[in-house]
Design a protein around this ligand. Structure first.
Ligand code: HEC
Length: 149
């Protein structure tokens, strides 16, 4: 009887762990894609003059980044070292051994987003603020991420 209870409990725990795991990957992809929509699409197009400057969109993007950037590290728990099945990318192993560098990148990006949000109240201000943010994102990708396949 006791054994059966233990076995049942163990298998429930295993199921919970698998669910929690796939949630982390889902959250990571959702968070990165939400940031990507702003930095690599909407804002990037305005920066290049491919779409007209849109202050409301810029404000929306900074509000989004202020929400997502502080959460970046929470979507990379040590339990999620296996390649993310939801992503087109894989994290290089050195990511997990470089916590100090990752912390520093996220802290700098957070600061650039906060400063950028107060600068980007005009097109000129936005254009001055955008490059640091784009570099903060891509700097981490270039160092720690590669395309699958
Ligand atoms: C601390 C490092 C780091 C920072 C900073 C970072 N990213 Fe990422 N990003 C990653 C890694 C690692 C992946 C691969 C994701 C995975 O394996 O789940 C990724 C994946 C992505 C993807 C692809 C999503 C997918 O899986 O299909 C996009 C888009 C993206 N990031 C956008 C951004 C933007 C925009 C920023 C800046 C606001 C940013 N990221 C900041 C590390 C980072």
């Amino acid at each position: 009887m006791m054994r059966a209870v233990i076995a049942a409990t163990a298998s429930m725990l295993a199921v919970t762990a698998v669910l929690a795991q796939s949630d982390v990957y889902e959250q990571r992809t959702a968070l990165m894609k939400a940031q990507g929509q702003c930095v690599y699409r909407d804002m990037s197009k305005m920066m290049k003059g491919e779409s007209p400057y849109d202050q409301a969109k810029v404000n929306e993007c900074f509000a989004k980044l202020k929400e997502t950037v502080p959460k970046i590290e929470s979507v990379f728990p040590a339990s999620s070292k296996a390649p993310n099945p939801k992503s087109d990318y894989i994290i290089l192993d050195k990511f997990w051994d470089s916590k100090a560098d990752v912390d520093a990148r996220v802290a700098k990006l957070k600061k650039d987003v906060d400063e950028g949000a107060s600068k980007a109240t005009s097109e000129a201000g936005f254009k001055a603020a955008y490059p640091a943010i784009q570099q903060g994102c891509s700097g981490c990708h270039n160092e720690y991420r590669k395309k699958k396949g």
